[in-house]
Ligand binder design. Structure first.
Ligand code: ASP
Length: 303
C-alpha cells in the first residue's frame, strides 16, 4: 500500500522531464518548451489513470524521441562518420531492474527497446552495438538507420565538427516520475555528442550516471557525459536524497560537484513523496514538471 503524500490522505503522482542542457539557441527555444510540455502531459495522464511510473517515463521520453527538435531518436546529432548512434536507459525503482541500450543504429525509440530488455525474463540489463541492433529487429522495433537522419543534422554534419559549447548545441531527453502506487522510475535517451567517435558511449545508458531509480528517489542526467560518468551523477543524487537532502538541494549539490571537475550539465529528480528538483550549470536546460498538487511548470533559463 502506497503512503499518502497529500493533505487529503491520498497518493498523488508527480513527474518532471528534461529536453537537454547546453546553450539551446533562441531559434529552438519555443520548440524545446513545447516538446517538454507535451511530454510531461503525456506522462502525467498515464500516472493519473493509474499507469506505472515506468510506463509514464517511457511514454514521455518516446514523445521527445519522436520530436526531431531534440537530440534523441529521429533528429539526433550524427557521429563522425555521418550516421546516428543512440543510447537509452530505463530503470524501475521498485525492482532495481534496468534496460540499457548503447550505440543502437536502427531504432527510432531506443527507450522502448530498453523497456523490452527490462521486461524480458532472465535477460542482461545492457545491450550495445550489434546486439542492440539484433534485439531491435527481433522485437519489431527496428527501422532503416537512414530514417533517423534529418536534413538539419545532415547539413550541420557537413559543416564539420561542432564544439558542444557553441550556441548550436541541444541535448538529451529524460523523465522521472512517482506513480499512484508510490513507485519511481527513470528514463533517459540520447543521440550523444555531435561528431562523437564511432562507438563512443556517454553517460546516458550507464546505470547510475545517465539515470538511476530506487524505492526512495529517481534521477535523469544530461550534459557532458564524460563528466557525468566521473561522479556517477544520477546515483550520487539518489544517495544524497537518502542522506536527507531534498531533491532540489541534491540536484544543486550534484551539479556543484560536476562544476568542481569542470563539468557541465543538468539533472532532474523526484523522491518517494513526489518532491521534485532540478538544476543545471549550462546556460539553458529545457524542463517541464507537474507537481503532486497538479500544477504544470516549464522553463529553459536558469532560475
Ligand atoms: N549526456 C549526453 C552524452 O554525453 C549528451 C547530452 O546530455 O547532451 O552523450
Amino acid at each position: 500500500m502506497a503512503q499518502e503524500n497529500s493533505t487529503d490522505g491520498s497518493m498523488k503522482p508527480a513527474i518532471i522531464v528534461h529536453g537537454g542542457s547546453w546553450s539551446i539557441p533562441d531559434s529552438l527555444r519555443a520548440g524545446h518548451l513545447n516538446g517538454v510540455t507535451q511530454a510531461v502531459k503525456t506522462g502525467y495522464q498515464i500516472l493519473q489513470q493509474g499507469g506505472s511510473a515506468l510506463e509514464a517515463v517511457e511514454k514521455a521520453v518516446v514523445c521527445m524521441e519522436d520530436d526531431s527538435i531534440f537530440d534523441a531518436g529521429v533528429g539526433s546529432f550524427l557521429n563522425e562518420q555521418g550516421y546516428v548512434e543512440l543510447d537509452a536507459l530505463l530503470m524501475d525503482g521498485k525492482t532495481l531492474n534496468a534496460g540499457a541500450i548503447g550505440a543502437v543504429l536502427n531504432c527510432r525509440n531506443p527507450i522502448s527497446l530498453a523497456r523490452r530488455l527490462l521486461e524480458k525474463p532472465n535477460s542482461p540489463m545492457m545491450l550495445v552495438g550489434k546486439g542492440a541492433n539484433i534485439f531491435a529487429e527481433k522485437t519489431g522495433l527496428a527501422c532503416d538507420p537512414k530514417e533517423l537522419i534529418i536534413p538539419r543534422e545532415q547539413e550541420r554534419w557537413e559543416k564539420g565538427p561542432l564544439d558542444i559549447f557553441t550556441p548550436n548545441a541541444k541535448g538529451t531527453v529524460g523523465a522521472v516520475a512517482l506513480d499512484l502506487d508510490g513507485n519511481l522510475a527513470s528514463a533517459t535517451s540520447t543521440g550523444g555528442a555531435p561528431y562523437k567517435m564511432v562507438g563512443r558511449l556517454g553517460d546516458t545508458s550507464i546505470i547510475g550516471s545517465g539515470g538511476y531509480a530506487s524505492e526512495t528517489a529517481a534521477a535523469s542526467s544530461t550534459g557532458h557525459g564524460e563528466s557525468i560518468m566521473k561522479i556517477n551523477a544520477a546515483k550520487l543524487a539518489v544517495d544524497l536524497i537518502n542522506q536527507g537532502y531534498s531533491p532540489q538541494s541534491a540536484a544543486k549539490e550534484v551539479i556543484n560537484r560536476m562544476a568542481n571537475i569542470d563539468g557541465y550539465g543538468g539533472i532532474i529528480l523526484v523522491d518517494k513523496t513526489g518532491e521534485l528538483g532540478y538544476f543545471f550549470n549550462t546556460s539553458r536546460m529545457a524542463y517541464a514538471f507537474i507537481t503532486k498538487e497538479g500544477e504544470l511548470f516549464s522553463g529553459i533559463d536558469p532560475k
